[in-house]
Design a protein around this ligand. Structure first.
Ligand code: HEC
Length: 107
């Protein structure tokens, strides 16, 4: 039990220090994005396909949205995403943000 906890903490720490460890896809899953965004179907959340299409050639706009610096191109003012931006995407390291952005644009 103790040992398990120790390794869990070690894993969490090593994850947060190693910026390049997680691919964009791994981040998309581990940060919970996949729970709402599907690959190809728009639900209450836009699909990866819609995101890739809407942000085609607008990588800077996508990063600014994820950093909370600008409204979304699709939905304008973020609603559900507001908390996610503040608690998750704003706090990503530079390399994590790049990897996640690459993944969002690759559909
Ligand atoms: C709880 C469900 C949920 C989760 C989890 C979630 N999203 Fe969203 N996302 C939404 C909804 C709903 C919208 C539509 C705009 C809104 O309501 O904020 C959206 C919109 C977006 C958009 C398009 C913004 C626009 O208007 O142009 C992007 C990009 C995005 N999400 C990325 C992400 C990423 C990256 C993650 C993981 C860090 C994530 N989302 C996690 C529900 C979610």
């Amino acid at each position: 039990m103790r040992v398990g906890l120790f390794f869990t903490i070690l894993l969490l720490i090593s994850n947060s220090y190693d910026g390049k460890a997680q691919s964009g896809e791994a981040l998309f899953k581990s940060k919970g994005c996949a729970g709402c965004h599907s690959k190809g179907f728009d639900t209450f959340a836009p699909s990866l396909k819609t995101i890739s299409k809407s942000y085609f050639n607008r990588r800077g706009d996508l990063k600014n949205f994820l950093l909370g610096n600008s409204p979304g191109l699709i939905y304008k003012e973020p609603q559900t995403m507001k908390n996610i931006i503040n608690n998750i995407t704003k706090k990503l390291s530079h390399s994590e943000l790049e990897a996640l952005t690459d993944y969002l644009l690759a559909h």
